[in-house]
Design a protein around this ligand. Structure first.
Ligand code: NOJ
Length: 964
């Protein structure tokens, strides 16, 4: 890599600019991903070696390679410990320490390390200073809890010789059956095998070995390996070149691999980020629709990414869940190195399809958590205990975000802002991409273009709108830039393999990268966000962290050389997939520190992520295209993120590259109004497309979609609150809500919003005027807008002209709304609530509403309202009961919120005996009120509904409305 960097001519910044502009412009007119820039499994040495190893194992009887040394096995205090010995060619033994730990969180954890590397008893080549151990610090970044050991786990009496059987989990309903030779583990629930480790014998820990100098060429080595069955292909052990970059691999081959099978499970989900269906495809030996390369996790800036592909993208969550009727199980493969996952499905005797997976990582220890369900919700909860919950976002960030690359001046920002108001379109945030900076130096402003940022902020403040600005991890390597001077002086950069500050290319041209693995770097980063350092930033400026994979334009696969070094001398190879998270973590804490006396919740947006990143902010799916296919693909992508632990996700509305037709933009706006993170964005070369640009009828329809988002803000914020408590998905796929309905398992083009029963099927096809919606059960569903009844299980074609979003309310829910359109979410703070009571077939409904100040952490001291609503048919009443966590601020907050009243209750599916009812009685604080009710009888296939106006109750205290 050093060679490649040296080859980059050191040219003046003007030339840099020309080169980059040419690059950007050229690239923006090409239409597809450049496959040659990214490795296939065949081009990734360790992936190829492990696939070949698996083939060799599958072809013969499995070599007797891995076994537990009998004298080494112990079980005490919830942990099984042993040494797995790997017998290698000459009969020598490699020792692999094994821990199988049973956790109070009902999970099992399997860790396998390598003794020699662990004790540092190896030699590194090329004089490398890299750490000798296998990387074992992923938990420190990804995990926040769930590691308490379940000491009640016990050895089963029924153990056979050479098998250790351990029972664990609630009521000891889980069992781990550890076979000693060959080594394998089965995990059972209630006696049924759910997850199997190393059943196919693909476990492979590439042990450390001394390089033996050989005369043979790479080609000869490959040939030799091919000729001699069982021989290892050494051609990529010591060095690997790709795209003109050479990885020096000072530690030699060190991959880890394991097969994990899910017997009887036809569907597996998760391992974002990829395009393609939610239900993951086969990657070997499948049908034409399937893939031929494994799913890859190697965070990368993939330019113009393609659809329906196992190629890697910007982020990685190595969590997979397998689902079938009556069972959901899963694994978290806690490894931060480049990882490939093969998926195959097979029918074995007497069972439905089995899904077999093969996980292959380049380095690090083997560290896997096993989730035994049985419900999808159990997996979510357990994953949340491990990796944390969604950050409770600021209210403003749940609204609509207007972004483009770029709003070029403060005057332009003010103009866009004014136009939104002129057209009556609400929005909360305007974004500043790259070009607000002085010559791409972060923490500066281009004062020619942004001559008066203070006036700009002042205008936005009137409507409480915010600014989000871009801050990337590459720091321009230039003279007279205090940030880079300090970065270097304090020695806080990522280093090249020789231990010198790494230099590469990104937006600013020659750049250095801050190493956020280093606590000192994080502390320094914090100082840069203080308004006294970063002139013209305000406490209302929030941050977009882009390019944090990291993207390096002249690096291998557009990222950093793997032999670069991080804090603690860990090789970049070991930590790559965590790198992006460390950067946004630094930013999150910097924002937190900005107002130490009264911190506001940070808002960050990240492109790169890992398991645990949901604690720090939102993510988006990067540089998509303004094409219908990309709109369609955004849904499975966001659903996958939601079930894998990162609910606060969205895609660029309108598509980043290219110019969407007005129809596409309109449909995208409608879909985006149901993304948890709702932001329109566009490439610098594209035509302007703020929602007011298209004109009638599009602008009006887009306005309606954005207003719908604002009307439902209470629903979204409540869903975010739930996600902040147990990381429950905000968008829920069919299988998640109807886990026993097999017809819906692989569906990924419709979803539910939180626990509200709102079912949405965005239209993603050009020219469509109808949509085929699937209703999974015999419960009654109502069209959200006109209360048309759908009460039969199965597909139904519904009208969906351009101005209609297919949204349905499932019976049995109470949906809180705010019905007054305003310019921003803050201005709706004290607006009254409308409750939409959607009765189920039995005539009941339930729902909730979470409210707090939407900005600070006061909710932690009880400044919150969490109202639970119940409509009970029996008593014909709707009640609200506060179930919030109380604290020192509860009283004053409720006082403040007592002015927020319920202004309307709409009961959908209202019983016919209400026909002549004109009044209801409401009760709060032992006071009684009477309010008017209007009954609208059913007509045609539209449900009867009743509306109560101004029942006189506030949301701050419990109340009851009686319809009897
Ligand atoms: C790449 C990001 O994905 C895109 O959203 C952004 O506009 C450009 N970088 C420029 O900052």
């Amino acid at each position: 890599m050093a060679v490649a960097v040296a080859l980059v001519p050191r040219i003046s910044s003007l030339l840099h600019w020309i080169a980059f502009l040419t690059l950007v412009l050229n690239l923006s007119f090409s239409v597809a991903v450049k496959h040659d820039n990214f490795k296939t499994c065949d081009q990734s040495g360790f992936c190829k070696r492990n696939r070949a190893f698996a083939d060799a194992v599958a072809a013969s009887s499995p070599p007797y390679l891995y076994q537990i040394s009998p004298e080494s096995a112990t079980f005490a205090n919830g942990q099984f410990q042993a040494t797995v010995s790997k017998t290698i060619a000459d009969g020598a033994i490699v020792q692999l320490p094994l821990n199988v730990t049973f956790l109070k969180s009902s999970l099992a954890r399997v860790e396998l390390d390598e003794e020699r590397r662990r004790t540092g008893d190896i030699e590194l080549r090329h004089g490398s200073e890299a750490r000798k151990e296998r990387y074992n610090e992923s938990p420190a970044w990804a995990l926040v809890g769930g590691l308490d050991v379940d000491v009640s786990a016990k050895l089963s009496e029924k153990g056979k010789k050479g098998v250790t059987t351990i029972q664990f989990g609630e009521n000891q309903r889980f069992t781990a059956i550890i076979r000693h030779a060959p080594f394998s583990i089965d995990f059972q629930r209630d006696g049924d095998t759910q997850v199997m480790f190393n059943h196919r014998g693909f476990l492979n820990i590439e042990h450390w070995r001394q390089k033996v100098e050989k005369e043979e060429s790479v080609e000869e080595s490959v040939e030799k390996a091919a000729e001699k069955p069982g021989a290892e292909d050494e051609s990529t052990w010591w060095e690997e070149s790709f795209g003109g970059n050479t990885d020096t691999k000072p530690k030699g081959p060190e991959s880890i691999a394991l097969d994990i099978s899910f017997p009887g499970f036809e569907n597996v989900f998760g391992i974002p980020e990829h395009t393609g269906p939610l239900s993951l495809r086969q990657t070997r030996g499948g049908s034409q629709d399937d893939f031929t390369d494994p799913y890859r996790l190697y965070n990368s800036d993939v330019f113009e990414y393609e659809l329906n592909s196992p190629m890697t993208l910007y982020g990685a969550i190595p969590f997979m869940q397998a689902h079938k009727k009556d069972s959901s199980v899963g694994v978290l493969w806690l490894n931060a190195a480049e990882t490939w996952i093969d998926i195959t499905k097979k029918k074995r005797s007497g069972r439905k399809l089995d899904t077999d997976t093969h996980w292959i990582s380049e380095s690090g220890i083997l560290d896997v958590f096993i989730f035994l369900g049985p419900k999808p919700q159990d997996l979510t909860k357990a994953l949340a205990v491990l990796t944390g919950n969604t950050q409770l976002p600021q209210q403003f960030s749940v609204g609509y975000h207007q972004c483009r690359w770029n709003y070029m001046s403060d005057e332009e920002v003010k103009e866009v802002d004014a136009k939104f108001d002129k057209h009556g379109i609400p929005y909360d945030v305007i974004w500043l991409d790259l070009e607000y900076t002085d010559d791409r130096k972060y923490f500066t402003w281009d004062m020619d273009k942004f001559q008066n940022p203070v006036a700009m902020h002042a205008q936005l403040d009137v409507t409480h709108r915010k600014v989000v600005t871009l801050i990337d991890p590459h720091i321009k390597n230039t003279a007279n830039y205090p940030v880079v001077d300090e970065l270097k002086k304090r020695d806080l950069t990522i280093k090249n393999k020789d231990g010198d500050t790494y230099e590469g290319w990104c937006w600013p041209g020659s750049s250095h990268w801050i190493d956020c693995f280093n606590p000192t770097a994080r502390a320094w980063w914090t100082t840069l966000f203080k308004p006294d350092f970063w002139k013209y930033s305000t406490y209302n400026t929030y941050i977009w962290n882009d390019m944090n994979e990291p993207s390096v334009f002249n690096g291998p696969e557009t990222t950093m050389p793997k032999d670069n070094l991080h804090h603690g001398n860990w090789e970049h190879r070991d930590v790559h997939n965590i790198n992006g998270m460390t950067f946004v973590n630094a930013t999150y804490h910097a924002l937190l520190d900005r107002q130490p006396k009264k911190p506001h919740r940070p808002f960050t947006l990240t492109r790169s992520f890992y398991a645990g990143s949901q604690r720090l902010g939102a993510m988006w799916t990067g540089d998509n295209l303004a094409e219908w296919g990309h709109l369609e693909a955004s849904l499975p992508m966001i659903l996958s993120l939601n079930i894998a632990g990162f609910p606060n996700s969205g895609a660029d509305v309108g598509g980043f590259f290219g110019t969407p037709s007005s129809e596409l933009l309109t449909r995208w706006m409608q879909a985006g109004a149901f993304y948890p993170f709702f932001r329109a964005h566009a490439h610098i070369d594209t035509r302007r497309r703020e929602p007011y640009v298209a004109g009638p009828p599009y602008t009006g329809i887009m306005t309606q979609a954005i207003r719908l988002r604002y009307q439902l803000l209470p629903v979204w914020y409540t869903a975010f609150h739930e996600a902040s408590m147990d990381n429950s998905p905000i968008l829920r796929p069919q299988y998640y809500v109807h886990p026993d309905d097999e017809a819906g398992f692989s569906m990924d083009d419709q979803f539910y919003v939180g626990s509200t029963g709102l079912l949405v099927k965005p239209v993603t096809k050009e020219g469509a005027t109808s949509a085929d919606v699937y209703f999974a059960d015999d419960e009654v569903y109502y069209d959200y807008f006109d209360y048309t009844i759908y009460s039969k299980k199965g597909f139904k074609t519904v009208d969906a002209p351009l101005n209609k979003i297919p949204v349905f309310a499932r019976g049995g829910h109470v949906i809180p709304r705010k019905d007054r359109p305003r310019r921003s979410s803050h201005l709706m703070q004290y607006d009254p609530i409308t409750l939409m009571v959607v009765l189920d077939k039995a005539g009941n409904a339930e729902g909730s509403l979470y409210v707090d100040d939407g900005e600070t952490f006061d909710y932690e001291s009880g400044a919150q309202i969490f109202a639970k609503f119940v409509f009970d048919k029996e008593s014909s009443s709707l009640t609200s009961q506060d179930i919030a966590t109380t604290g020192s601020m509860t009283k004053s907050y409720r006082q403040e919120m007592s002015k927020v009243r319920v202004e309307k209750v709409i009961v959908i599916g209202a019983p016919s005996h209400w026909t002549d009812k004109k009044h209801i009685t409401a009760e709060q604080d032992s006071k009684k009120f009477e309010a008017e009710m209007q009954f609208h009888p059913a007509s045609g296939n539209k449900a009867a509904w009743a509306v109560v106006r101004d029942p006189g109750v506030s949301i701050a205290k419990d109340w009851k409305i009686s319809f009897a």
